[in-house]
Design a protein around this ligand. Sequence first.
Ligand code: DX5
Ligand code: ZN
Length: 216
Amino acid sequence: MLIAPSLLSCDFSRFGDEIKRVDKAGADIMHLDVMDGHFVPNLTFGAPVVKKLRPASEKPFDVHLMISEPHRYINDFADAGADIISFHTECDSNIDETLKLIEDRGVKPALAIKPGTNPQVVLPYLDRLYMVLVMTVEPGFGGQSFMPDMMEKVTFLRKEIAKRRLSTLIEVDGGIAKDTIATAAKAGVDICVAGTAVFGAPDAKTAIDELRELCK
Ligand code: DX5
Ligand code: ZN
């Protein structure tokens, strides 16, 4: 299991140092939540901030776009150094064209689905995806409760990925903690995003080690 701390729960006044801290603590991937106050009722940061953070770690930057028109910003996030860009199937941009923009920049493309979205919507694009992000809370805020029902979607996608002999990864995001991560692992998740569970813990390394251990 790969652990991707969500920086949404970090101390934003020390953003770069927080990335260095979780890097040292053993984070596999840096999960960066971009919100536009329109697709979700919250605002965070954009590509200029990601660009300034880029030198803080060599770990992959996983940029989760919770924005209505992702196609307008793909080049900016690619320039900023994103390794993975995920955007939502529920957004207002054309999915095929937005994926093409990501592919053309050599960035790894991912599609994200909200809790109310049927996973079938990603099937036409599955062969092109590096990753599918299954939300296990309503996007917008950290610290919400994990929705175990979403594991049905993980099982469904896992089967489809195996059937097509793809190497597409499955990521879950929201409410991942010591009492929920085993459920995700059992369902076949590859990457767990964890905000509160990492940044709310007294020691990030202990928190990450424990989360990984619980998947065995
Ligand atoms: C929610 C974000 C998540 C969030 C997870 O919209 O996409 O990445 O930070 O936070 P926790 O782990 O606290 O649920
Ligand atoms: Zn996220």
